[in-house]
Design a protein around this ligand. Structure first.
Ligand code: S3P
Length: 424
């Protein structure tokens, strides 16, 4: 993919549905009794992997564009898949579905692509084993997973890593356990699962960072609308902030407070972002964003802020290099076990553009006021790296090429078309 420099971005855009919310709605709708209609379901390959896996488990799902109808089978309505389930590139699919598979009265196998096959699964194998499932994995911790379901018992589990995927896995398993499953979070992670569980009728209580879920609820079908994905919007927000004379409106973006740290962080750095027409649907906030080019100061991302911004760090690294004071990112060791080692793949691409970056074991130091030079870049098969460096290429002094640009379709197949539509 060849990307030319842009002078500015402008216009009004709608983006695909939130990836995190889409996975959760599809899974819970499958376990509910009756038909759920989900509008603006995420268009990326990851959320499609979840639908294919659910279909292989016997759930009829009809897709009409971005609207899906899930014919829920009830908690005990899944059937043994005929073949191994394929989570593709999707960590969310394998980790969340494993919680469900652990409770089924059948054996299943779930794996994925080369990148997924290198991602750690010990973090879900441990709690699911404690709940009574038997799981074997390659080298004890990598996909594919062979899951022998069993009647589960509830646990009181403190998450060893801040991970919404692990939290979700345990809570989904807890749907099948008789009694109360308790999950304690050291750092608050995105809470779409808690909101969706309540929406589908589960009995769930949240007190500070402790979640208590009563097992064996009767989940009811729902009509739901997925807001646009703020993590996808982040690429356009950063482009609009950095390119002079930009003014971009992004419609109906998810503003769940456990995700919108991005907006707080950017505002604190001087970004001009207005939020209009905020509404709440299915317990999730959304609103229109109006972004205008602004000088950004830069700063430090560390501790809980790192966890809250984890998916946005690739594009924030680009912003950091163009900021006044630069950007330091700490406490981000989790970035090394995402779709790629993002600390390495961010630094590699920045350097290709002549942008200095110091690599730390748990982060990056990126000096500010740097110029981006046209370069041949590489997604390394990682969607967010492809999109972050497409934004960097807009700032460069000539045409850049992104190898493996197609990786963007994992979360955002329309990305390059939408980018071309707003660039001048
Ligand atoms: C997600 C949680 C995060 C995030 C991922 C989606 C989710 O992963 O990076 O893109 O939907 O729960 P971790 O749970 O590994 O932090």
């Amino acid at each position: 993919m060849r990307i030319s420099p842009a002078r500015r971005v402008s216009g009004s855009i709608a983006l695909p549905g939130d990836k995190s919310i889409s996975h959760r709605y599809a899974i819970l709708a499958s376990l509910a009794a009756g038909d759920s209609r989900i509008q603006n379901y995420a268009t990326g390959a990851d959320c499609h992997s979840t639908l294919l896996a659910l279909q292989s488990l016997g759930v009829p799902i009809e897709e009409q564009g971005t609207e899906i109808v899930v014919r829920g089978r009830g908690l005990d309505g899944l059937r043994a898949p005929l073949a191994a389930l394929d989570a593709g590139n999707s960590g969310s699919t394998i980790r969340m579905l494993s919680g469900i598979l652990a409770a089924q009265p059948f054996h299943s196998r779930i794996g994925g692509d080369e990148s997924l096959s290198r991602r750690p699964m010990g973090r879900i194998i441990d709690p699911l084993t404690r709940m009574g499932a038997s799981i074997s994995a390659r080298d004890g911790r990598f996909p594919p997973l062979d899951i022998q379901g069993a009647p589960l018992h509830p646990i009181d589990y403190t998450l060893p890593v801040p991970s919404a995927q692990v939290k979700t896995c345990v809570l989904f398993a807890g749907l099948y356990a008789g009694g109360a499953t308790v999950v304690r979070e050291p750092v608050r992670s995105r809470d779409h699962t808690e909101i969706a569980l309540r929406e589908f009728g589960a009995d769930l209580r949240v007190q500070a960072k402790t979640i208590t879920l009563q097992g064996r609820p009767a989940l009811g079908a729902r009509d739901l609308v997925v807001p646009a994905d703020l993590s996808s919007a982040a690429f356009f927000i950063v482009a609009a902030l950095l390119l002079p004379n930009s003014r971009l409106s992004i419609r109906a973006v998810g503003l769940n407070p456990t995700r919108s740290t991005l907006l707080d962080f950017l505002a604190a750095m001087g970004a001009q972002i207005r939020i209009l027409d905020v509404e709440s649907r299915n317990g999730e906030l959304s609103g229109d964003l109006l972004v205008a080019s602004s000088p950004v100061r830069g700063g430090l991302i560390e501790k809980e802020t790192t966890a809250a911004l984890i998916d946005e760090i690739p594009v924030l690294a680009v912003l950091g290099a163009a900021s006044d004071q630069g950007l330091t990112i700490r406490d981000a060791a989790e970035l090394r076990i995402k779709e790629t080692d993002r600390i390495a793949t961010i630094a590699d691409n920045l350097r290709r553009m002549g942008v200095a970056a110091e690599v730390l074991p748990d982060g990056l130091v990126i000096p500010g006021r740097q110029r981006f030079h046209a370069a041949t870049l590489d997604s390394f098969g990682d969607h967010r790296i492809a999109m972050a460096f497409a934004v960097a290429a807009l700032l460069a002094d000539g045409d850049s090429v992104i190898q493996g640009a197609g990786a963007a379709s994992v979360s955002f197949p329309e990305f390059y078309d939408t980018l071309a539509a707003v660039c001048a």
